[in-house]
Write a protein that binds this ligand. Structure first.
Ligand SMILES: Nc1ncnc2c1ncn2[C@@H]1O[C@H](COP(=O)(O)OP(=O)(O)OP(=O)(O)O)[C@@H](O)[C@H]1O
Ligand SMILES: [Mg+2]
Length: 501
């Protein structure tokens, strides 16, 4: 009896060693089980090709940045990888962060499921098992997997061999968490794996992705689209799309074909049709005869924005942006409605400037934004309106600008701009505006983005049909350097008159 048991234990030990040497892929295929979502039964973890390919990077200890479509099995893969690491490596520590406490706990549940379904001879019972921690503290093994809810200080001074950030684009404080984690991991030779479906163009993840793509970050960017799943084909895609017809961004968000598509997909995007490709972003030499405009947004305190816009004659309605206008492109992608369904008060600086120009100058044809001046932190840098004016004037050297428009909330600044050779008009419709006025302006810009704005007069602001409003607008548009301060007096008078009428 004793002899058979010891024979068995020797056999088990050999199997364990073989499994260890055979490596992670063998271990997944032969020994690891995950939970089938539908039946809740364990199924063998035969890796999908994308999971296999990704594992190569994992095993090399690379820092990975994974942008992916939904349901490709990556949370399970990382859970299995974490378990495999703590089983086979002494003093190995894994930290997991997910979008909230529940998701972080769910990751640990997946690890637990993998552990529980290992063959008896490979199974290790955790010496400590709680909602947020699995510890293996026997024979000085000293390994653990811990999960954390995302807080600003989540990873401060926590040394770990592997940090996994799941659903990273939905993790609050991602930037702060990474700033805390990166140096510790770097010095400790640790590994960082960040994975997510896109939360749209506005998050820190997209910044990381861009930096990684340009080789400016240690991360290796990896993308798996909807078709990385072995059981999906075009018929599946079509059916999925049809069953979510009410949400035009659903497929881009959940099942993108390309990284660009994934980042276009924020819910509630105001210019949802704008994409970062040649349809909207291209270099066009601006012909000297094209009429040019400028539009300024003082941006409350920050940033100060000036856009240069050319009207291209003889082309179908539309809007393009020069690739150098990086911030304008970002804002086109990131400008979204807030929780109240109204345009959020962020990423709206270049967006406001373009709205002012489109409303004020009646731009309805084919326009091209060919230059931007986007000055961040201008107040902190001690830059004042005359400094901006000087730069605007210099950057327009040799050009004839037909008109410049600015937010009317800063009459003093408009006068200053005029005194510095940037004569500027203000428009009654374009102060921050009422909700209705902003919405009308946005509709006009949307029509340009969609290429549906017809002639110059085709989309008139309803307000402009009112002769009294028209008079107000005319006064605004006639504003010049000399007339700017006079305008405010006259506008005030007009407002009072309108109120009496
Ligand atoms: N290799 C595999 N073979 C069979 N089923 C798998 C495999 N990998 C994952 N699955 C199943 O696919 C489903 C999705 O897995 P998982 O949650 O890990 O994917 P995900 O990419 O993290 O998805 P999400 O986008 O929802 O976060 C699960 O039900 C899981 O059981
Ligand atoms: Mg997942």
């Amino acid at each position: 009896m004793n002899r058979t048991r010891s024979k068995k234990s020797i056999k088990d030990e050999v199997a364990r060693i073989v499994a260890g040497f055979a490596g992670f892929l063998y271990w997944c295929a032969k020994l690891c089980f995950i939970e089938d979502k539908a039946t809740h039964k364990p199924i063998a973890f035969g890796l999908y090709p994308c999971q296999k390919e990704f594992s190569q990077g994992l095993l090399k200890g690379e820092w990975l940045l994974l942008l992916k479509a939904r349901r490709l099995g990556f949370t399970w893969l990382l859970a299995a990888y974490a378990v495999w690491r703590v089983l086979y490596f002494r003093m190995y520590t894994v930290t997991v962060i997910s979008q909230d406490k529940e998701f972080a706990a769910d990751f640990l549940d997946k690890c637990r499921f993998v552990l529980d379904h290992l063959p008896a001879w490979l199974k290790r019972t955790p010496t400590r098992d709680s909602k947020t921690r699995l510890e293996f503290n026997y024979k000085r093994h000293g390994s653990w997997i811990r999960s954390f809810a995302p807080t600003k200080r989540a990873l401060r001074s926590l040394a770990s061999d592997l940090v996994i950030i799941d659903e990273a684009d939905y993790v609050p404080w991602l930037k702060k968490i990474l700033n805390a984690a990166e140096p510790t991991l770097e010095t400790g030779n640790g590994q960082l794996v960040i994975l997510t479906t896109s939360g749209g163009p506005d998050g820190h993840f997209r910044q990381l992705w861009k930096l990684a793509k340009n080789g400016k970050k240690k991360y290796k960017p990896v993308f798996y689209g909807w078709d990385a799943h072995p059981l999906r084909d075009e018929a599946w895609y079509k059916q999925e799309k049809e069953s979510h017809e009410e949400d035009p961004l659903y497929m881009k968000r959940e099942y993108p074909r390309t990284p660009e598509e994934a980042f276009e997909s924020a819910e509630g995007r105001i210019y949802a049709l704008f994409t970062e490709d040649a349809r909207f972003v291209r270099r066009i030499p601006v012909h000297p005869d094209w009429v040019r405009y400028r539009a300024i947004d003082f941006g409350g305190v920050d940033p100060f924005v000036c856009l240069w816009i050319a009207q291209i004659p003889g082309e179908a309605p539309g809007l393009t942006v020069d690739p150098s206008c990086v911030e304008t492109i970002n804002e086109f992608l990131a400008y979204t409605n807030g929780p109240d369904g109204q345009p959020a008060d962020e990423n709206n600086h270049a967006m406001d400037a373009i709205r002012y120009a489109v409303v004020t100058f009646g731009l309805r044809g084919r326009i091209h934004i060919y230059r931007e001046m986007y000055v961040l932190d201008s107040a902190r840098k001690g830059l004042s309106v005359p400094d901006h004016a000087r730069r605007i004037y210099e950057r327009s050297a040799g050009e004839t600008i037909k008109r410049t428009v600015a937010d009317r909330s800063r009459p003093d600044s408009i006068v200053l701009l005029g005194q510095m050779n940037v004569p500027t008009v203000a428009h009654r419709q374009i102060r921050g505006g009422t909700k209705g006025e902003i919405a009308q302006g946005i509709d006009l810009v949307r029509a340009l983005v969609a290429g549906t704005a017809k002639g110059k007069e085709a989309v008139a602001l309803p307000g402009l049909q009112n002769p009294r409003v028209r008079k107000g607008v005319r006064i605004c548009l006639e504003g010049t350097r000399q007339a700017a301060d006079g305008y405010w007096r006259r506008a005030g008078k007009l407002r009072r008159k309108l109120a009496r009428a």
